[in-house]
Design a protein around this ligand. Structure first.
Ligand code: PLP
Length: 453
């Protein structure tokens, strides 16, 4: 048989162009320019098929929290595949990896989370959230509580339900069939959307109060849940001011609405807390988990249920939802090994006390008074840099998306992976990154942003 790297870059590109449709890609353009073929990875570095070493400022897609090449995870998968590669948990069966994972998650999550439902991705997690939310209310004799409120420019995945929950206009345009009873309110994006002389705190409070207005418009008896990312990831690492989440929590409690934190990006240490809602100081009823759950080594998602929700789901007969691979033994074994690394190597603590503050301070020092950086948002090991035509006046570029793409390409050509979302440049490196590697990312980002200016 062929070895994995038997082909030249040109051969790989030709076959890729001939047979592979990439997600979220313009294939016509991509097939003319060609993809970069990533062949291996270790720590925070990737290598392409031409042997270039690239530093990964995005941890893959915000997921490789323990870094690449951890033998503990490979061993866990190898052993589990030999012992029990698959068995389902539908019909009165269970297995050790999913039991170990559930017990470990109960230990790692904040106190009221003790029950977990498994799937294969964040999108499926949010589909599951919808089923749980509807089941929760109908089992209590309130089937009219159907509406789910989410936010414009939020991202909750790309299944039909996930895409409908999300507030990405370009995804809605290509999706005529949507899930019913999902409505959106505005996002707490101060730099881009605040008008007048509002402070960030006043603006965030006003945006949170849109939830109350929407609930009153729909009637609280018709609203099941509100869902939001504690900070919007794909939407541009948008960090709401401290007034936002406590107000959202107050409103949800007042009208008896489930509060769902989509922790797919924020979970498992990204902010220096185990979960991003802990950073923002609120307590959700449901959490969507994926990505960092397995550090992306194998696909897995989950929904964590607060005791108050779990009680209703557990005590009211059959819950009609499940996936062949719910709690897949190999994914569960890898998740256990991954969570033990995060815990036992004190990786999350290090983000909070050492690498996170170092990263944030270095970014703010490096880009202080930069001619095209208007804001640096973030905490721990996640950051969003706002590109702006006039930073002091909070004036955005008219063609911000193009400027972001140019900047991203400068990074890419300089062997740094940094993502662009419109006119915001994003960083979310593996949580095992060292100070020296942070220096490398920030200096490469500076070069690219200087070149863009
Ligand atoms: N929720 C959030 C906050 C995400 O960032 C993502 C993916 O980026 C998802 C859900 C969807 O996860 P997946 O791509 O695993 O379906």
């Amino acid at each position: 048989g062929e070895t994995r790297q038997a082909r030249s870059t040109a051969q790989y590109r030709a076959l890729d162009a001939a047979h592979h449709i990439h997600p979220f890609s313009d294939m016509g353009t991509l097939n003319r320019t060609g993809s970069r073929v990533i062949t291996k990875a270790k720590g925070v570095y990737l290598w392409d098929s031409d042997g270039n070493q690239i530093i990964d400022g995005m941890a893959g897609l915000w997921c490789v929290n323990v870094g690449y090449g951890r033998k503990e995870l490979a061993d866990a998968a190898y052993q589990q595949i030999q012992e029990l590669p698959f068995y389902n948990t539908f019909f009165k069966t269970t297995h050790p990896p999913v039991i170990e994972l559930s017990a470990l998650l109960a230990e790692i999550t904040p106190a009221p989370f003790n029950h977990f439902f498994y799937c294969n991705s964040g999108s499926e997690g949010n589909d599951t959230v919808l089923r749980i939310a509807h089941r929760f209310w109908s089992a209590q004799g309130k089937p009219s509580k159907k509406y789910v409120i989410s936010r414009k420019n939020g991202y909750h995945g790309s299944t039909i339900a996930g895409g409908t929950l999300g507030g990405m206009g370009y995804m809605h345009e290509q999706m005529p069939s949507k899930v019913e009873h999902i409505v959106h309110i505005d996002q707490p994006y101060f730099f881009g959307e605040a008008e007048g002389n509002l402070t960030p705190e006043e603006f965030a409070l006003a945006r949170a109060q849109q939830l109350e207005a929407k609930i009153l418009e729909l009637g609280a008896e018709n609203v099941a849940a509100f869902i939001g990312e504690p900070f919007q990831g794909a939407g541009g690492v948008i960090f709401p001011a401290s007034t936002y989440w406590p107000e959202i929590q107050r409103i949800c409690r007042k009208y008896d609405i489930l509060l769902v934190a989509d922790e797919v990006i924020g979970g498992f240490g990204r902010t220096g807390e185990w979960f991003a809602h802990q950073h923002f100081g609120f307590e959700p009823d449901l959490m969507t988990l994926a990505k960092g759950l397995t550090s992306g080594y194998v696909p897995m998602g989950a929904v964590a249920l607060h005791d108050r929700v779990a009680k209703v789901i557990v005590e009211n007969g059959e819950f009609n939802h499940g996936l062949t691979y719910s709690g897949h033994p190999v994914a569960a074994a890898v998740a256990v090994a991954n969570l033990k690394l995060l815990r036992d190597e004190k990786i999350v603590e290090r983000v909070k006390t050492d690498t996170g503050p170092y990263f944030q301070k270095l970014l703010r020092e490096t880009f202080a008074n930069h001619p095209i950086i208007g804001e640096i948002a973030g905490t721990g090991l996640v950051a969003g840099l706002q590109l702006a035509e006039d930073p002091k006046a909070r004036k955005r570029f008219a063609n911000g998306g193009d400027v972001g793409t140019i900047c991203r390409d400068f990074c890419f050509n300089g062997n740094l992976i940094m993502r662009a979302t419109g006119d915001r440049m994003l960083l979310s490196p593996p949580l095992v990154i060292t100070r020296g590697e942070i220096d490398e990312i920030v200096s490469k980002a500076k070069k690219a942003i200087d070149a863009t200016a």
